[in-house]
Write a protein that binds this ligand. Structure first.
Ligand code: PSU
Ligand code: MN
Length: 302
């Protein structure tokens, strides 16, 4: 893998010493949050992972190489450049072959983390089945990746702008355990409540590590998906989010937004209509996920 992969010194030493490491994605920076809040968040999240006793491994493609662990200047490059690609499983090889810069989605970050030997990954929200899927067939490649690649993925559920009941159904079909942390309900990203019951519940990092270890020892491929509700003080109630989502989804449809552009477009539209509140919630939940991921990574046997 040396042909494609550069692991930063701090991450490489931590992995060699079997110290806890947490992978972090970059699409959330390049396509999910505006500058400069994206960079502040990236730096804060790395600090939170360190404070919780793990080493952060932020992942991106720079100059056609998979980079695991970025310097502050490299983070800035991903967070500010206008021509950064949004890379998922399908286009990861394109960026490498063409020597480009790119940010990794949940799917691509899972692939790169696994190549580097990292077992825990923190993000904001996973992609899922989009509303109107009957017409568009828009289902995020994140779901298939969760079925394939063995990492513990800590997120705040899926955004309520997706079709959450169908997303949960598809996760079940694909054999992906969706485990709510300390809750009976599947969280909806900005909101703690979705009205949907989580298929599974675990209440401590130790239980999560035990689950992931048993899954691995059974020879079952794929991720362990932890859905961690946004902290109460930071949430936007689902009833309040519903109208912002309705507007954004119907406008996206009218504007004919498709493909990779859908998720960034909707996030930006919702950011505007909530007057920035959705961004603050997004920042808070990513930090909350980073903290939990660091605690899970510190568990034995993972
Ligand atoms: N959730 C966010 N912001 C984001 C994303 C999710 O709040 O930027 C990104 C993640 O990287 C996720 C991707 O993997 O969007 C999903 O995109 P798509 O629906 O095109 O697969
Ligand atoms: Mn899509």
């Amino acid at each position: 893998m040396d042909r494609f992969l550069t692991i930063g010194d701090e991450v490489a030493s931590a992995l060699a010493a079997r110290k806890p490491v947490v992978a972090l994605e970059t699409t959330i920076l390049s396509h999910g949050m505006p500058y400069p809040r994206n960079l502040e968040t990236a730096n804060d999240v790395e600090r939170i992972v360190r404070e919780a006793g793990a080493v952060p491994a932020t992942i991106a493609i720079l100059g056609g190489r998979i980079r695991v662990g970025l310097t502050a200047a490299e983070l800035e490059r991903v967070g500010t450049a206008k021509d950064v690609l949004k890379l998922s499983r399908a286009d990861l090889p394109y960026a490498l072959a063409a020597g480009k810069d790119g940010a990794t989605t949940v799917a691509a970050t899972m692939i790169c983390a696994h190549l580097a030997g990292i077992r825990v990954f923190a993000t904001g929200g996973i992609g899922g089945v989009h509303r109107g899927f009957e017409r568009t067939m828009d289902v995020s490649a994140d779901l298939e990746e969760l079925a394939r690649t063995p990492v513990v993925v800590v997120c705040a559920g899926a955004k309520a702008l997706l079709d959450l009941p169908r997303t949960l159904e598809l996760l079940e079909t694909l054999g992906v355990p969706a485990i709510a942390y300390g809750s009976d309900e599947f969280p909806a990203f900005w909101s703690r409540q979705s009205g949907l019951r989580a298929p599974l519940r675990l209440d401590s990092p130790a239980e999560i590590a035990r689950f992931a270890n048993v899954k691995r020892d059974l020879g079952l491929t794929g991720a362990t998906l932890i859905v961690n509700p946004i902290p109460e003080p930071d949430e936007i109630p689902s009833t309040e989010m519903a109208r912002h989502i309705e507007i954004a989804v119907s406008e996206a449809q009218k504007a004919g937004v498709s493909g990779k552009a859908v998720t960034p477009w909707l996030l930006d539209r919702i950011l505007q209509s909530t007057g920035g509140k959705s961004l603050e919630a997004n920042v808070a939940l990513v930090k909350n996920n980073a903290r939990l991921a660091a605690l899970i990574a510190a568990e034995r046997g993972l």
